[in-house]
Write a protein that binds this ligand. Structure first.
Ligand code: OVM
Length: 395
């Protein structure tokens, strides 16, 4: 058995958050499993090992947290999520409820209303012509449709943005980024917890449906509130940046946008490819609950393993020309939603949001021009844009 190579890279250094791809390549080419010098963690950056670790939920557990912090050793940043930071059988019970609420059949019911908002917002962008892709589209769209579907009121939704930033920063080290996003932690957390109550949720919405599971005796009302918190944590910042990254990729690959414009039915596969190419959730951790083997290397018990999802999505062992953004490729098998029992439970919703917005753009916009320098919002987990100046040339 060969020694595990140790790498002196910091995945949370600003230069790596700004442009993670050179670091991904270094990690992948160093070996199937590497040790990080600056953190007490092992890391895998190739598709095969990421898939292995995420699939083996018995050896690589989530209940010790899916960020850098080991909850066996340190206090969680907030009360643990009942689904994200849990293992079977507790996880299974919660997952069953959320997958029912977010099932393809249930999501088909909201598709029409999501489509109407997409058409209207893209129309407004086309009228304006010169837009900020994030502030005029990628952000307002999910911030309207998803909380509407959950059943929240319109007031105070900016708290969802602040909370998402905080939750995803909390999965990294306690660095400057986390300190900044926790400045407003107390009022934002209060707002979130207040809005997880049944009285804040429109009857029939996703949130109310969680309380219906409580009525049926599947969970208690405290657990119901915590599951609403999961929707509010995971459902907004992720899709905002999924859309933002898709706009970014299409704007920077005009020949690919031309293919989408020529055939708007490619919207779904274009969104899938953009998830592969610029993965919103860059990383998740697991924790070994016994001595484990990955690619012939031994990982000790109670050790954090960093899964580089975005790197797996550009692993040349898995993908042909991984650096090419190609909306016609088969991007299925990407790790942007994770995989296994913790694979994104909201992926059906995320995909219709992406498809509907890209489909509206494909039909209404002839060309997307980049009109200025984009800026990034650095986050310990998310690949996020702050601004994206674009021109939508009408069809
Ligand atoms: C949750 C949660 C929070 C952030 C992300 C996530 C990607 C889930 O609170 O359950 O899934």
């Amino acid at each position: 058995m060969t020694q595990i190579p140790e790498l002196d890279v910091d995945p949370y250094a600003p230069e790596n958050l700004l442009n993670p791809y050179p670091m991904h390549e270094l990690m992948r080419e160093t070996g199937p499993l590497v040790k990080l010098k600056n953190y007490p963690v092992y890391a895998c950056a190739r598709h095969q090992e990421v898939q292995h670790v995420l699939s083996d939920y018995e050896n690589f557990i989530s209940s010790a947290g899916v960020g850098l912090t080991n909850f066996n050793l340190e206090t969680p940043f907030r009360p643990k999520s009942l689904i994200l930071e849990a293992d079977p059988p507790q996880h299974t019970q919660m997952r069953t409820i959320l997958s029912r609420i977010l099932s393809p059949r249930a999501v088909a019911q909201i598709r029409e209303s999501f489509a109407a908002v997409a058409e209207e917002m893209v129309d407004r962008c086309v009228e304006k012509g010169d837009i900020d892709g994030i502030h005029d589209l990628a952000q307002p769209y999910p911030l309207k449709v998803f909380p509407d579907a959950v059943g929240l009121d319109d007031e105070g939704r900016e708290n969802l943005l602040l909370y998402g930033d905080m939750v995803f920063n909390s999965m990294g080290p306690r660095n400057e980024l986390l300190a900044k996003s926790t400045e407003r932690m107390i009022p934002v957390t209060q707002w979130i917890m207040d809005h997880c109550g049944r009285d804040m949720l429109r009857p029939g919405g996703f949130g109310d449906q969680i309380y219906q599971a409580a009525d049926a005796g599947e969970i208690d009302v405290k657990q119901a509130a915590m599951l609403v918190r999961s929707f509010l944590s995971a459902g907004v910042d992720t899709t905002i940046n999924g859309l933002g990254n898709a706009l970014f990729s299409l704007a920077h690959h005009p020949e690919q946008f031309a293919k989408l414009h020529a055939d708007p039915a490619k919207a779904r596969s274009a969104f899938e490819e953009s998830l592969r190419y610029e993965s919103t959730a860059q990383t998740f951790f697991r924790t070994t609950n016994k001595t484990c083997d990955v690619a012939g290397h031994v990982i000790p018990e109670n050790t954090k393993v960093l899964c580089m999802l975005a790197s797996a999505n550009r692993d040349p062992r898995k993908w042909e020309n991984p650096e090419k953004f190609d909306i016609e490729r088969r991007a299925s098998g990407h790790m942007a939603f994770g995989t296994g029992i913790h694979g994104c439970v909201g992926q059906v919703v995320a995909r219709i949001e992406g498809e509907l917005v890209l489909s509206a753009i494909a039909r209404k916009v002839k060309r997307i021009e980049v009109t200025g320098q984009h800026t990034r919002r650095l986050n310990n987990t998310l690949r996020a844009l702050d601004t994206l100046p674009l021109r939508f040339v009408p069809a």
